[in-house]
Structures are given as structure tokens and as C-alpha cells.
Design a protein around this ligand. Structure first.
Ligand code: B12
Ligand code: SF4
Length: 467
């Protein structure tokens, strides 16, 4: 993307409605802010999730639940308007919301209130769940997929609304119709993007201090059966080691960050790029810790694990999912349990914290498979720092099990919500899967894998409909 300025500049406010865990800034918005500023637009970031001191999910808040949000707003008259006044004060030509399931009810309420009380302005929804916002009639347009190209084009073409419908990744609401511009354009070279810009984010107010998100790549090379990654990002692209390293240095020197959280499908999808980065970080010698989701792969052996640890990698969350080769194959995971065992031990041996996520109730999983998972975990207990709360297998929109349910033994008519699905033989339903999760949680507790925290976030799957 060339940094040349557009002839016309706009005031663009990028807003994040309440609903997230408040650990760190949202990377996608920082990327968009940088891309727009690079084109000369004036960008304000309004992270209302942080700015408004609302109760957290630990305190029982359920911001993804529309009834909860409606009740909260009824009980706190004037609150919604105070947030909208904050947004209106930025005098936006374009108001874009980063739209996620987690903050859907609040985002919709804000869009409606802005439209009814502070119009006319152009309201836009973008983000990983933007297509589930199509029913929000108070938005003018929706950006699905990678946002930089689409948003720059929108700013360039406005006020010609009809022209926007031809932009890849943009769906336009025009005269009551929804016009879709097709799939988003994904930039082939991620290093052509300016570094994400965190100015304007209330950095001091996030829970994790001196912590910033970073991305090593976009997309994924694999296509695990339960995962919707391939519908969020179409192509896998990695950044080059020099570019990632430059961002580490910038984050440490400009923002004082000493902890970076890698927000991508898996930081090590391109191990060569990661190794190149490690070499640079080791030579740099500055103490910046980093962590992220990782892929279990054969070249993550002792040598590589040692290098990662020396380069500051302090923790890896592996999408392990199951200790049963039968289930791993059904899931189309690109590894088996023996490989997982080697990787877990190599990383723990190098001093990296190892966290494993588990999925229970994948179609085809039987009692013996669950026992195999438990045996794996028992065998490797001393190498595992933590086990995530086991996730009940959900059918995420755009995942292979969603696209071809019958191939996986799922009754297609039952896929009405993420967790509502049932197998053709009736053996797996939400109720039987929940039972499996509960039993596993009890086992996990007895086996000494740490206290079971009820993670209400997982309930959002029950909350959003797939239709
Ligand atoms: C970090 C993260 C989170 C954090 C986000 C908060 C934070 N402070 O960072 C938290 C912990 C809240 C979270 C929660 C969950 N997550 Co999450 N998360 C991610 C992760 C790992 C990285 C997101 C990221 O920063 N990406 C990098 C940036 C550059 O991309 P981006 O955020 O998508 O932004 C781009 C576009 O979306 C768009 N865009 C974004 N905002 C806007 C706004 C406007 C106006 C416009 C025009 C465009 C636009 O432009 C950006 C730049 O191109 C992704 C995986 C991934 N690689 O994306 C999963 C991912 C987004 N999460 C996912 C899931 C399933 C969840 C959970 C449901 C998990 C759970 N069971 O609890 C919850 C609920 C999320 C929800 N949908 O509401 C899925 C989403 C699948 C889908 N939508 O179909 C993903 C893709 C992972 C996966 N493999 O399945 N998550
Ligand atoms: S589960 Fe992980 S490795 Fe598998 S497709 Fe999704 S992001 Fe890629």
C-alpha cells in the first residue's frame, strides 16, 4: 500500500463497544488507524470498553447477552447517551465499530442511538463477526474480512454510497437492499502495511500493563474441521522477520512495552520466519517477553524450543484439543498425540510455560477417546502449566463441520446455533456434550490441574443464533 495521501481527508472514529475482556488494546483497530492515518485521514480511537468503567464478566456481567445489556441500559438511563456524546464529540464523517459477538448487543444499541440522535453520519461495522451484524439496520455498511483495503476505499469513495457496494469485502445497505461487493481483498504482502498505531488507545487503563498485541502472520495453513479461521482469513501470509523485529523494537522504545501477546492463529505457522525473528531478538538482547497460540509441529523440538525461550518466548497456548489419535484425525489436526508429547516436553524443558486447550464432544469422539486424553494429560502433567477450560465442540460459522455437517455425522437441521447441533445417531447432543465437559472438569480438578474457573465467555455460543 503506497503511503501517498488521498486528495480528500475525512474524520474517522473507530469505536469498540463494551463487551471484551479488558486486557490489552485491539490489534485490528490499531492496524486500521495506521492505514488510515497513512492516507492523511484524521482518526480517533474510542475504546469505550475501557473508557467506561463497567462491571467485568468476573463480576457477573454478560455483555454478549442482549437481555443483560437491555436491562443494564434500562437501569442506567443516560448511560448510552453519554457514550454517544463521547462519540459525537469526535465529529466523525465515518463511525466504524469493531463488531464482535462479545460486544454485539452494545454495538447495536450504540449504532441505533447514534443514528436516531446524532445523525447524519456514515455508520460502519467491521471485524471478525461483521457478517452477523447484517440485521443491524442502523449501519450503512459492513466490512467482512481484512479491513485495511476496504476502509481506505470507503473513505476515498464517500459520499458516493452506490460506488461502495463494488468494493471487495463491503456490503452496503442502500434503499432497503443489502448489496454485497464480494470477498475482501487480502493484501499479499503484510509488510507493506504500516505498523499498528496504538496512539489514542487508553494504554494505561488496560489490565495488562506494558502489554501490546502483535501479529506475526494472518490466516492459517491448516483447515481443522471445527475451526472457522479459513472463513475469516482466506490466505495464509507471514510477515518477514525484519518487519516483526522492527515492531518489537518500536513497541519497546515508543510504548515502553515489555510484554507482547501474539494475536494470530498460531505464531509458528512459518517456523523459518519465527527462527529469523528469534535470531534478531537474541542479538538485540532486550528483555521483552512474548507469548501466543502455537501449533504443534515436528520442528518444534529441543533446539527450537531453547531458541524460542532465549528470544523471550515465555508461554505457548497450544490448540492440542485431544490426546486421542482417532479424534485428532477426525478433526484434521496436522499432528498426533506422540508428536504433541514431544513438543510439550521440549517447550517445558526449555522453560516455556505450556498451556493446552481441549475440545470435548467432537463428532465421533467416544469414551475411550476421552480416556486417552486424560491418560495423555496425566503422563505429561509435570510439563503442563495449565489446561484451558475444556470447550464443548461448537459448530462455528464457515468451519468445515458447518459447511459439510453430514460428512462429519452431524444432522444438518440441528445446526441452528453454535452449540445446538446433534449427531445423526443422536449420541451427541448439547446435553450429552455438556455432561462430558462437566465430568472432565471434575476429573481435571481431582487430577490437580488447577482450580476450575467457570469461564462464562464460552456461553456466548449458546447465545447467538446461526440464522
Ligand atoms: C485476540 C483474539 C480474541 C480476544 C480479542 C480481544 C483483544 N483485546 O485482543 C478475545 C479474548 C476477546 C477473543 C474472544 C473470542 N474469540 Co477470538 N480471537 C482473537 C484472535 C487470536 C486475534 C484477533 C486479532 O487481533 N487479529 C488480528 C487483527 C489484525 O485482525 P482482526 O481483529 O480480525 O481485525 C481485522 C478485521 O477483522 C477488520 N476489522 C476489525 N475491526 C474493524 C472495524 C472496522 C470499522 C472495519 C472496517 C474493519 C475492522 O480489519 C482488521 C484489519 O484487517 C483471533 C484469531 C485471528 N487470527 O484473528 C481470534 C478469533 C477472532 N476469535 C474467535 C473466537 C471463536 C473467539 C471466541 C468465541 C472464543 C471463545 N469461545 O471464547 C471469543 C468471542 C469472540 C467474539 N467473536 O466475540 C474466532 C472468530 C471466528 C469467527 N468469527 O467466526 C477467531 C478467528 C479464532 C478462530 N480460529 O476461530 N478473541
Ligand atoms: S485450529 Fe489452529 S491450526 Fe487448525 S485451522 Fe484453526 S487456526 Fe489453523
Amino acid at each position: 500500500m503506497s503511503p501517498s495521501l488521498t486528495a480528500k481527508t475525512m474524520n474517522i472514529t473507530l469505536a469498540i463497544a463494551p463487551g471484551f475482556v479488558r486486557k490489552k488494546p485491539l490489534l485490528g483497530v490499531a492496524y486500521l488507524a495506521a492505514a488510515l492515518r497513512g492516507r492523511g485521514h484524521a482518526v480517533e480511537v474510542a475504546d469505550l470498553n475501557i473508557e467506561s468503567a463497567l462491571p467485568d464478566e468476573d463480576e457477573g456481567a454478560r455483555w454478549w447477552d442482549k437481555d443483560y445489556v437491555d436491562n443494564y441500559l434500562d437501569a442506567n438511563p443516560g448511560f448510552l447517551d453519554s457514550l454517544c456524546r463521547r462519540l459525537a464529540a469526535t465529529k466523525p464523517d465515518v463511525l466504524g465499530f469493531s463488531a464482535w459477538h462479545l460486544n454485539q448487543p452494545f454495538t447495536m444499541a450504540l449504532a441505533r442511538h447514534m443514528r436516531e440522535n446524532y445523525g447524519p453520519l456514515f455508520i460502519l461495522m467491521g471485524g471478525p463477526d461483521a457478517d452477523s451484524f447484517f440485521m443491524c439496520r442502523h449501519a450503512d455498511a459492513y466490512v467482512t474480512g481484512e479491513g485495511e483495503h476496504a476502509l481506505i476505499k470507503i473513505a476515498e469513495l464517500l459520499p458516493d454510497k452506490a460506488a461502495l457496494a463494488a468494493i471487495p469485502g463491503v456490503s452496503m445497505r442502500l434503499d432497503g437492499r443489502l448489496l454485497k461487493g464480494g470477498e475482501a481483498l487480502e493484501l499479499p504482502d503484510l509488510d507493506a502495511l504500516p505498523l499498528p498505531d496504538f496512539s489514542g488507545f487508553p494504554l494505561e487503563s488496560y489490565k495488562h500493563k506494558k502489554t501490546l498485541p502483535i501479529s506475526f502472520n494472518r490466516g492459517c495453513r491448516n483447515c481443522c474441521a471445527f475451526c472457522c479461521m479459513s472463513s475469516v482469513w482466506k490466505k495464509f501470509r507471514t510477515r518477514r522477520p525484519d518487519a516483526i523485529y522492527a515492531e518489537f523494537v518500536r513497541d519497546a522504545e515508543v510504548y515502553g512495552a515489555d510484554n507482547l501477546q501474539v494475536d494470530c492463529a498460531a505464531f509458528n505457522l512459518d517456523m523459518q520466519a519465527v527462527e529469523g525473528l528469534c535470531d534478531r531478538l537474541i542479538a538485540w538482547g532486550r528483555e521483552v517477553r512474548w507469548s501466543g497460540m502455537g501449533l504443534i509441529r515436528p520442528d518444534l523440538e529441543e533446539r527450537m524450543a531453547d531458541k524460542l525461550a532465549k528470544a523471550g518466548c515465555s508461554r505457548i497456548d497450544f490448540g492440542f484439543e485431544s490426546g486421542s489419535d482417532h479424534v485428532l484425525a477426525l478433526m484434521r489436526k496436522p499432528f498426533n498425540a506422540a508428536m504433541a508429547e514431544k513438543v510439550v516436553r521440549a517447550c517445558a524443558g526449555a522453560g516455556i510455560e505450556v498451556v493446552l486447550s481441549i475440545i470435548l464432544g467432537f463428532p465421533g469422539e467416544n469414551d475411550e477417546d476421552v480416556e486417552n486424553t486424560k491418560r495423555f494429560l496425566e503422563r505429561n502433567k509435570r510439563y503442563i502449566t495449565d489446561l484451558g477450560v475444556p470447550n464443548e465442540c461448537g459448530v462455528g460459522g464457515g468451519s468445515p463441520i458447518d459447511r459439510e455437517p453430514l460428512r462429519f455425522g452431524i444432522r444438518p437441521e440441528s445446526v441452528t446455533s453454535c452449540l445446538g447441533w446433534e449427531t445423526v445417531d443422536g449420541s451427541l447432543t448439547h446435553v450429552t456434550r455438556q455432561k462430558r465437559v462437566e465430568e472432565f472438569c471434575q476429573w481435571r480438578l481431582n487430577a490437580g490441574f488447577g482450580e476450575q474457573k467457570e469461564k462464562s465467555i464460552k456461553l456466548i455460543g449458546e447465545n447467538y443464533s446461526r440464522e
